[in-house]
Design a protein around this ligand. Structure first.
Ligand SMILES: Nc1ncnc2c1ncn2[C@@H]1O[C@H](COP(=O)(O)OP(=O)(O)OP(=O)(O)O)[C@@H](O)[C@H]1O
Ligand SMILES: [Mg+2]
Length: 266
């Protein structure tokens, strides 16, 4: 299968320290690839690199990122903007800070729609309705401010904004980490439902192997800026080669595990 995104031999340093080392990653069309690793392993750096949004302090020492065969580091500004606006969307790690606290959430969605397409106000409102429906929020939510919404609802708004350009690749950086387990599950089901329907590719970043198990087709395990193991989810789960991967899998709470149950009341 032809890949949609390929990272080749990417090394990035900050102040002389390698935060990404010889990273290789392939994303296939219509598939969900998970990047899993502990805090500081370079997951966010990798996703920022894909959008060429690495912090100014970072230096790329080597490597290419090919989007549909074209190296993003060779793209001019217009091509890069086009890629960010129309092809690759990202939901950033902190959902609350990513929303403007003094702007109604509906306006934040329509603002993004208007930034990508020149269309009439009527069509923009139509798109807004469609997006709210897609993320399973009622239309009256549009007039709320972010602080009036629950964490799960805010994450649905972030998702609506990211989907507004009908992306080919959606990057989700720890999209459910700040949420309760039950809300987490709702958001994951929602994301997977939309992905199945619209068939885009997802790069799903998490530190949680139980989430990998729920969502991923392919898995990349990161540690200290390196991809230390990768492969199809079933194979990684069944026979992990790396000791660290095995450890992460062993940390998944097992269903029915006594320690996971709340004590029963007398
Ligand atoms: N702006 C920055 N300036 C200097 N170092 C940074 C900066 N951002 C990240 N780093 C360093 O780069 C490395 C990788 O960080 P990154 O944010 O990619 O980790 P992560 O895997 O996303 O972690 P988390 O799970 O906590 O989000 C870390 O060692 C971090 O300290
Ligand atoms: Mg991160």
């Amino acid at each position: 299968m032809e890949n949609i995104l390929k990272i080749k031999d990417l090394t990035v340093t900050i102040g002389g320290k390698e935060v990404l080392s010889d990273v290789d990653l392939t994303l296939l069309p219509g598939k969900i690839s998970a990047i899993v690793g502990e805090s500081g392993s370079g997951k966010t750096m990798m996703s920022l690199a894909i959008l060429d949004l690495l912090p100014d302090v970072a230096a790329r020492i080597s490597g290419e990122i090919l989007f549909r065969g074209k190296n993003i580091f060779d793209m001019d500004n217009k091509e890069k903007q086009n890629m960010r606006g129309n092809s690759i969307s990202m939901v950033f790690q902190e959902p609350f800070t990513a929303l403007n606290p003094v702007m109604r959430v509906g306006e934040q969605i329509t603002e993004t729609i208007a930034a990508h397409k020149i269309i009439s106000e009527e069509k923009i409102q139509g798109c807004l309705k469609g997006l709210l429906k897609m993320v399973k929020l009622s239309e009256d939510i549009a007039s709320c401010y972010p602080h009036e919404l629950s964490g799960g609802m805010r994450q649905r708004i972030m998702l609506a904004i990211a989907l507004s350009c009908d992306p080919e690749i959606l990057i989700l950086d720890e999209p459910t980490t700040a949420l309760d387990v039950s809300v987490q599950k709702e958001i994951l089901d929602l994301v997977m439902g939309i992905q199945k329907e619209r068939c885009f590719s997802i790069l799903f970043i998490t530190h949680d192997f139980s989430i990998v198990n729920m969502v991923a087709d392919e898995v990349h395990v990161m540690k200290n800026g390196r991809v230390i193991e990768k492969g199809a989810k079933e194979i990684i789960f069944k026979s992990p080669e790396n000791e660290y991967t095995r450890h992460l899998i062993d940390c998944i709470p097992k269903l029915g595990d006594e320690r996971e149950r709340l004590p029963e009341s007398e």
